[in-house]
Design a protein around this ligand. Structure first.
Ligand code: C2E
Ligand code: MG
Ligand code: MG
Ligand code: MG
Length: 274
């Protein structure tokens, strides 16, 4: 009897796995179609500059308006896109949309786009970005690329080369989710980053924890020591805004500053032109 039960469980497990594989294949097909047929949506979250007390940049964040499942967040489809190679097509759409909408609707503002670490292994990345800048007419100095520090782990020589080519064009690089990755800090010296974005997990506790505040103060100091622009992510309260301004954090982003919204909702931003 015990043997039979074991066999049944295995059969269930097997069926479950088969279903998951089928679901994944379906979802891959749907994402491929979705990219092709215009189901991706772009929202923009403002980034506030504490020195000029104004919005100087936006971060482009992708969404997928799925015909059955509704509006999907990046965590629900970016991993699939990375595993299936669809990330290139997705990033092309993201880069083109972010650059053309910024050029058209947000005069003078910079836009930052998230790329996956693995994309720096693609030899074509430099030309793809150069093409987008030419097609959209966005000045290269207004494009920033956000990537996690894990980008430094795979083929560092190749990654560095691509980054330097893009830097020569005028594009900037920000380390996203700073403090959560697996690289040693030595990459701050060897890779040409322009800024760091402190992960929201460090910002969240500063309201009521002195030690959390000291950690953020030290991270800001570290960034400044490397001449990097420092952004705090996940600013949700007035107190966080005041404290981070006091600590001379260069830029702030988060729900308290502004939610990610479609470009139309950003047109009346009170901005200083940079
Ligand atoms: P991220 O680049 O670190 O983006 C910040 C995330 O935090 C966004 O989530 C944003 O909506 C959210 N956020 C902003 N302010 C606050 C706040 O005050 N509190 C809290 N709790 N959250 C806040 P979202 O849009 O779900 O994006 C999640 C991640 O997906 C992004 O993290 C980024 O790594 C990735 N992602 C987004 N768009 C793209 C894309 O076009 N390409 C790639 N490769 N990845 C993307
Ligand atoms: Mg980001
Ligand atoms: Mg982040
Ligand atoms: Mg992230």
């Amino acid at each position: 009897k015990a043997k039979n039960e074991g066999r049944n469980q295995w059969a269930f497990f097997q069926r479950d796995m088969d279903e998951k594989i089928v679901q994944r294949r379906e979802m891959e097909q749907e994402l491929r179609e979705g990219i092709r047929t215009g189901q991706l949506r772009m929202v923009y979250q403002p980034r506030y500059d504490t020195r000029c007390a104004c919005i100087t940049a936006v971060e482009a964040l992708v969404r997928w308006q799925h015909p059955q499942h509704g509006l999907l967040m990046p965590d629900q489809f970016i991993p699939l896109a990375e595993e299936t190679g669809l990330i290139n097509a997705l990033s092309d759409w993201v880069l083109y949309t972010a650059c053309s909408e910024t050029q058209r609707y947000l005069p003078g503002l910079a836009v930052s786009v998230n790329l996956s670490a693995g994309e720096f292994q693609d030899n074509g990345l430099y030309n793809r970005i150069k093409d987008v800048l030419e097609k959209t007419g966005l000045k290269s100095s207004r494009l920033e690329i956000e990537v996690t520090e894990n980008v430094t782990l795979q083929d560092p020589v190749k990654t560095q080369k691509t980054m330097l080519q893009l830097k020569a064009l005028g594009v900037k690089f920000l380390i996203d989710d700073f403090g959560t990755g697996f690289a040693s800090l030595s990459y701050l010296r060897t890779f040409p980053f322009d800024g760091i974005k402190l992960d929201k997990s460090f910002i969240f506790p500063i309201d009521d924890s002195v030690s959390a505040r000291q950690i953020v103060e030290n991270m800001i100091g570290l960034g400044k020591a490397y001449a990097l622009n420092v952004t705090a992510e996940g600013v949700e309260t007035q107190i966080q805004l005041e404290q981070l301004t006091l600590l001379q954090c260069d830029s702030l982003q988060g729900y308290f500053i502004g939610m990610p919204v479609p470009i139309e909702s950003l047109r009346d931003l009170n901005t200083c032109r940079i």
